[in-house]
Design a protein around this ligand. Structure first.
Ligand code: AMP
Ligand code: MG
Length: 614
């Protein structure tokens, strides 16, 4: 249902409209929608003054364009200019008093001042309109109170039977009930378990190929605010709405003049600084206008003379203002003037589809007047730890317990690469617990990363539960690498939606290395990044390490570049439980299997996972 939810956010505030204060409430609501309605789209956002006619017109126009939900923030109080409820009432065809009442009741628990709110909720055509208070905190809180009812209300308004049933299930906690049904997996005796993994071993490159082939690249895009657009992939070419600069501007602190009059004396007619309106009287040959950098120039001015190239000839009686100056250096036409559109012409293409948005891109978007931008959609990611021995990292350990470190390490590793992931908790090694945790994770996320429970023990249940309870397809269950051998990749269909599962090994280093080698390239590939692999260089390794394993080793190391070559120093003991081997590691050095007698001169493929050190 969320998939089709479209929102309009209307901030009603004189001061925001006049640019005196910032529209934090509108921004906050966008964030809340992004957080809670994963598939929702904000198709309209605007700021209007507390003016009934303007509010009504905006509401009507958004209703006409089929927006599902309009949230207004502001103008619901008792001051003379507060008219949002009146505008809303004039527009709606049916009132929804229950919704505003509920919001009010809940608000009383927060502040008795809620009694001064006059918020109205109602329906016009197919659009639900909800008045929220003006404060950023209040608007978020009240939105939170009614949020769960929104999909259901929209489904009812649109007479959408299928989604009404789903929304009912959601509201009544049906998800939880369904997820709590027991697993089909039974834990057998240890004697009966497989002695060898039934899953064929895949090479690392082969495994990644399978992942990328199975998941493909998204074609879905979404409109997001440019404040949140860093590192996203542009899904559209961007054209300048306005020229930059939008007016003829001075590049220096100095004097706007007519160049033809040459050097010599000028009367200082006025002073115009950045932000002022331009002088509307054209400039005469014997005049100058004192200007600051960024100030608009008057008609007739065709040069700016920097203050360093002038001297004062005459001042006002109080000695404060300049009346006449002398220009020491002959100006030339166009000198120190930024013509309209000289940086960016109006309607010119400024950014390309497929660009990964950098700080520079955000600057360009802001300057040419795009407050929202179309980017390729990202998957929503959940991370789940499994293991009877695990406790929350905040807790004290009892005998036999360890703190869950994988979940936080992976969430932060993803964040380092700009991907947000949610904490899906810890599941005990029991089929019912694993099933319930997976089910809940699937109902919230597209991509689930689990750690632990993919090896050969009778309590390693991830693959079994995925297959038995979710009819998952295990694309591979073993990879030829050290660490990371039991890495598992599966896809499945959950309530009509495709889910992707990375079942990573529990050892902390294995979990992180496989996140780096498989999950991060997959995330980059699926959002259509052209460069989705970490760069690979050749490096020599110190100290010389042998690999006695039949699998290639991915050693954690610190790589330096000096005198034209890369040298990797391994980060101590490389056992897969020792998470400290990842601290300060900026590379994974690949040592081929059974590799013993190599010299310090030999070089190895080295995956750069961080910044080079000096
Ligand atoms: P498993 O893959 O479940 O057999 O776990 C392998 C090893 O990793 C065991 O020693 C676990 O205790 C440890 N381990 C599993 N999950 C975590 C976790 N979330 N945090 C830290 N260590 C873990
Ligand atoms: Mg385990």
């Amino acid at each position: 249902m969320d998939k089709h939810l479209t929102f309009g956010i209307l901030t009603v505030s004189d001061s925001c409209h006049d640019g005196i204060s910032q529209d934090l409430s509108g921004q906050g609501l966008c964030q809340e929608i992004d957080n809670h309605f994963r598939q929702a789209k904000i198709i309209f956002q605007d700021v209007k003054p507390d003016d009934q006619k303007q509010i009504e017109q905006t509401l009507l126009s958004w209703c006409l364009q089929g927006c599902n939900v309009i949230l207004t923030t502001g103008g619901t109080g008792c001051s003379p200019r507060d008219v949002t409820p009146e505008a809303t009432r004039a527009v709606i065809e049916k009132e929804l008093p229950g919704m505003s009442q509920f919001m009010l009741n809940k608000s009383f628990a927060v502040t008795e001042m809620a009694m001064l709110s006059r918020a109205v909720c109602g329906i016009r055509m197919k659009t639900l309109i909800i008045n929220l208070p003006g404060s950023s905190k209040g608007s978020k809180e009240c939105f939170g109170f009614v949020m769960n009812a929104i999909p259901h209300a929209v489904a009812l308004i649109n007479n959408d039977l299928e989604n009404i049933v789903r929304a009912h299930r959601h509201i009544q906690g049906g998800d939880v009930g369904e997820c709590s049904a027991p697993s089909k997996v039974r834990i057998g005796g240890a004697a009966g378990r497989d002695r060898e993994s039934p899953y064929p071993m895949k090479k690392v490159t082969e495994a990644l190929e399978i992942i990328l082939r199975e998941c493909g690249r998204t074609t879905d895009s979404e409109l997001i605010r440019i404040e949140n657009s860093l590192n996203r992939v542009l899904a559209e070419d961007i054209y300048a709405k306005d020229p930059v600069p939008p007016f003829r501007a001075s590049m220096k602190d100095g004097y706007a003049v007519r160049a033809k009059a040459g050097s010599g004396q000028r009367k200082v007619r006025a002073c115009v600084v950045a932000g002022d309106k331009p002088e509307n009287q054209p400039l005469n040959y014997d005049e100058a206008i004192r200007v600051s950098t960024g100030a608009p120039l008057p008609d007739g001015a065709d040069a700016v003379v920097q203050v360093e190239d002038t001297e004062v000839m005459q001042v006002t009686a109080d000695g404060n203002e300049e009346l006449k100056i002398n220009i020491l250096v002959k100006p030339s036409v166009g000198q120190d003037i930024r013509e309209i559109g000289s940086d960016i012409p109006a309607n010119s293409k400024v950014l390309d589809k497929m660009d990964v948005i950098s700080a520079g891109h955000v600057g360009v978007l802001a300057t040419v007047g795009h407050s929202r931008v179309k980017v390729f959609r990202r998957s929503s990611i959940g991370v789940l730890s499994t293991g009877n021995e695990l406790i929350h990292h905040n807790s004290n350990i009892a005998p036999g317990q360890i703190r869950d470190s994988n979940k936080l390490a992976i969430i932060n590793l993803l964040e380092q690469h700009s991907y947000a992931a949610s904490d899906c908790g810890i599941a005990k090694d029991h089929p019912d617990a694993v099933k319930t945790a997976l089910c809940r994770a699937f109902s919230r996320h597209d991509v689930i990363i689990t750690t632990g429970g993919v090896s050969m023990g009778e309590y390693d249940l991830i693959k079994k539960v995925l297959v038995a309870d979710f009819s998952a397809l295990i694309h591979f269950g073993r990879v030829d690498m050290k660490p990371g051998k039991p890495t598992t990749f599966a896809t499945l269909n959950f309530r009509g939606q495709r889910k992707i599962v990375f079942g990573l090994p529990g050892n902390p280093v294995s979990a992180c290395v496989t996140t780096l080698l498989f999950v991060i390239p997959f995330l980059k590939y699926s959002e259509r990044r052209e460069n989705y692999m970490f760069p690979v260089v050749q490096s020599s390794v110190v100290p010389v390490i042998t690999n006695n394993d039949v699998r290639p080793s991915y050693l954690r190391a610190q790589v330096r570049f000096s005198q034209g070559s890369f040298t990797a120093t391994t980060t101590g003991n490389q056992v897969s439980s020792r998470i400290n081997s990842l601290v300060n590691a900026n590379a994974l050095v690949i040592i081929p299997p059974n590799y013993k007698n190599y010299t310090a001169l030999e070089t190895f493929s080295t995956i750069l996972i961080g910044d080079l050190v000096k």
